[in-house]
Write a protein that binds this ligand. Structure first.
Ligand code: COA
Ligand code: AMP
Length: 635
């Protein structure tokens, strides 16, 4: 007999229209679609063409009308400020419709962009849903990015309005957001008409007459706005993610396919039902936050947790267990780095003994490779399935996972299990042909991708084609390398480009190099990701100075660290750089970043035959040893 997973997977590939057409019945449409899968412009595919719906209606109003008005939609738990709040679906409908009214009064209409720059507070979710209610396109910018990154996104998305909070709160410091918004608007060529500010008591922002609008004041007199139906193919949001250059990619999420796919994953992958409490300990600024703090759980009628804190230090490594106990969390989703942090502080799980985690049925990990040791630690201490799943900002939901709601497979440590229904994952070699099982190659997905995945990049269709479709015609290039074993389990090993993953955050080394090159003393530079026990990877810069520069290296390194923090933001976690005389290159002038990375990690280095001058490598080794890396790396 075919297993439930196999039946679903086979049908999703052989009869995608039937499979996703059925899933789409779980969403309320104001106009049914003409075509489930529109392949008239292949390799650019569209889902549910002709259909119309409103995502906010499906995530909020529908549940109020359907008997969930008094159920908690959001539980805000903020150990960092010592506050908690529960927002029912009825409250959420009230706040979202009024905030949509605020945006409407500022001229925001269907198709307009709104940038949201906010911390982990319920108002961030309200702002996102209010945009969706109006058919406006939100673009959330993570609070750890600095003004320049915000300005880049303002220029690209051209928002009519920016919505921001006065501040975010990090352990030991209040991060004033408003001055960064002001600076970004100053730097950007595009000027948003209005800036709506949610004033937090920890730091009140100065307001600019005529441009800035106070959230609370505006809400008092706001006229609630209704849901505006949009085409299934209209964008719901743009989320910028790191590419190989300083210009981030504006990943577009469509409305119809997204709602269908996310609602479907809640049961099939996460095995939760309407009314359950679901917690993604991430940030609304990342794709995990979009999909599984906001849209997935709310589309499914769950209660979502908005957690403002860290896994350790707010106040201790027991914080996650307290939240699970207090709010009856059924599923927790976070990045492996959070568990590495907890394990580091509480190796024997002492804090777990203080709380009951009996409501928890599974832990899901994603955002970076799950190291088997951390995974085993979590399994031993939580006594629930620990499910690694692999996905990307571009895909919006998991490419591979262990679909607990359909069928739970035995976990193999180090593998995110199997391709989810909708995904035809293959491993191709350098000759673009499939490689045999267990052999490593480029991880690609046969087109069309399932609903909810990116249809294009914002205002950059050619870049979309070049970045994802051009190298392997007929396939989507994930940018990851890995292999599939004899049982069909997929293993994701490494990126094939200059993207690194620091604490589950995707960062571009190219963007950091662009910043280092701005320093007046730097002639040439390279940034690589080196293995880091807590964060998975950490960036490390190599810089060659211009001739005649005669200042202590330490002074320059300090300036470089500050420059990256100021330009990209603290999230870059750029703390280390070394000054070297020369960089190793191929004869055609390509910097050998991969070789330097292996040297820094003290893994086996094969000197590439194309190297121009092998004598540079000992100089690099010496520089690495000077900062405790390379052969001096402990452990
Ligand atoms: N606003 C402003 N600054 C922020 C920020 C925000 N929203 N988020 C992070 N930062 C800052 C941090 O304070 C830190 O600053 P510092 O250099 O002054 O210490 C810097 O950015 C780097 O942040 P991070 O790499 O996250 O390190 P951390 O030491 O603050 O926390 C972890 C490490 C592992 C505890 C944390 O990354 C974590 O909980 N990660 C798991 C959850 C997650 O983020 N998942 C994302 C994808 S699922
Ligand atoms: P992001 O777009 O920020 O979600 O980052 C996506 C990238 O993170 C992927 O391309 C992978 O390199 C990495 N990644 C995410 N989840 C996993 C996972 N479960 N295992 C290995 N790598 C992962």
């Amino acid at each position: 007999m075919t297993s439930p997973y196999q039946a679903a997977h086979d049908r999703s590939l052989n009869d995608p229209e039937g499979f996703w057409g059925d899933a789409a019945k779980d969403i309320v449409w104001t106009k049914p679609w003409d075509k489930v899968l529109d392949d008239s412009n292949a390799p650019l595919y569209r889902w549910f063409t002709g259909g119309e719906l409103n995502t906010c209606y499906n995530a909020v109003d529908r549940h109020v009308e359907g008997g969930r008005a008094e159920q908690a939609a959001i539980i805000y738990d903020s150990p960092i400020t010592g506050s908690k709040r529960t927002i029912t679906y009825a409250d959420l409908q009230d706040q979202v419709s009024r905030f949509a009214g605020v945006l409407k009064a500022q001229g925001v209409e269907k198709g307009d962009r709104v940038i949201i720059y906010m911390p982990m507070i319920p108002e961030s979710v309200v702002a996102m849903l209010a945009c969706a209610r109006l058919g406006a396109v939100h673009s959330v910018v993570f609070g750890g990015f600095a003004a320049h990154e915000l300005a880049t996104r303002v220029n690209d998305a051209q928002p009519k309005v920016i919505v921001a909070a006065s501040c975010g709160i990090e352990p030991g410091r209040v991060v004033a957001y408003k001055p960064m918004v002001d600076e970004a608007v100053k730097q950007a060529a595009h000027k948003p008409g209005k800036v709506v500010i949610f004033q937090r008591e920890q730091c009140k922002a100065d307001m600019q007459d005529g441009r800035d609008v106070d959230w609370d004041e505006a809400m008092k007199t706001a006229e609630p706005a209704d849901c505006v139906p949009v085409a299934a193919t209209d964008p719901l949001y743009i989320l910028y993610t790191s590419g190989t250059t300083g210009q981030p990619k504006g990943v577009v999420r469509d409305t119809g396919g997204h709602a269908v796919a996310l609602k479907w994953t809640m049961n099939a992958l996460y095995d939760v039902q309407p009314g359950d409490v679901y917690w993604a300990a991430s940030d609304v600024g990342w794709v995990v936050g979009h999909s599984y703090i906001v849209y997935g759980p709310l589309l499914h009628g769950c209660t979502t947790i908005v957690f403002e804190g860290k896994p350790v230090g707010t106040p201790d490594a027991g914080t996650f267990w307290r939240v699970i106990e207090e709010h009856n969390v059924k599923v927790l989703f976070t990045a492996p780095t959070a568990f590495r942090a907890i394990r580091r502080d509480d190796p024997n799980g002492e804090f777990l003994k203080k709380y009951s985690t009996k409501s928890l049925t599974a832990l899901y990990l994603a955002g970076e490779r799950s190291d088997p040791e951390t995974l085993k630690w979590a399994e031993n201490h939580l006594q629930v399935p620990v499910i690694d799943h692999w996905w990307q900002t571009e895909t919006g939901w998991a490419i591979c996972g262990n679909p607990k709601g359909l069928e739970l497979f035995p976990v193999k440590h180090g593998s995110p299990t199997k391709p989810m229904p909708g995904w035809n994952v293959q491993v191709l070699g350098e000759d673009h042909k499939p490689v045999p099982p267990t052999q490593i190659g480029a991880l690609v997905c046969k087109l069309p991708l399932p609903p909810g995945t990116l249809p294009t990049l914002w205002n950059a269709e050619q870049r979309f084609r070049d970045a994802y479709l051009a190298d392997y015609p007929g396939y989507y290039k994930t940018g990851d390398a890995g292999f599939i074993d004899d049982d069909g389990y997929v293993y994701v090993m490494t990126r094939t480009d200059d993207v690194i993953n620091v604490a589950g955050h995707r960062l571009s080394t190219g963007a950091m190099e662009e910043v280092l090159a701005m320093h007046p003393d730097v002639a040439e530079c390279a940034v690589i990701g080196v293995a880091d026990e807590l964060k998975g990877q950490a960036p490390l810069g190599f810089v060659c100075l211009k001739s005649g520069v005669d200042r202590p290296d330490e002074e320059i390194v300090k300036e470089l660290v500050k420059l990256v923090r100021d330009e990209i933001g603290p999230v870059a976690a750029f703390k280390q750089a070394v000054v070297v005389k020369r960089l190793p290159k191929t004869r055609s002038g390509k910097i050998l970043r991969g070789t330097m990375q292996k040297m820094a990690d003290n893994t086996e280095v094969k000197v590439p035959p194309t190297i121009d001058d092998p004598d540079i490598l000992p100089e690099i080794e010496e520089a690495l040893e000077g900062i405790g890396l390379g052969k001096k790396r402990s452990g």
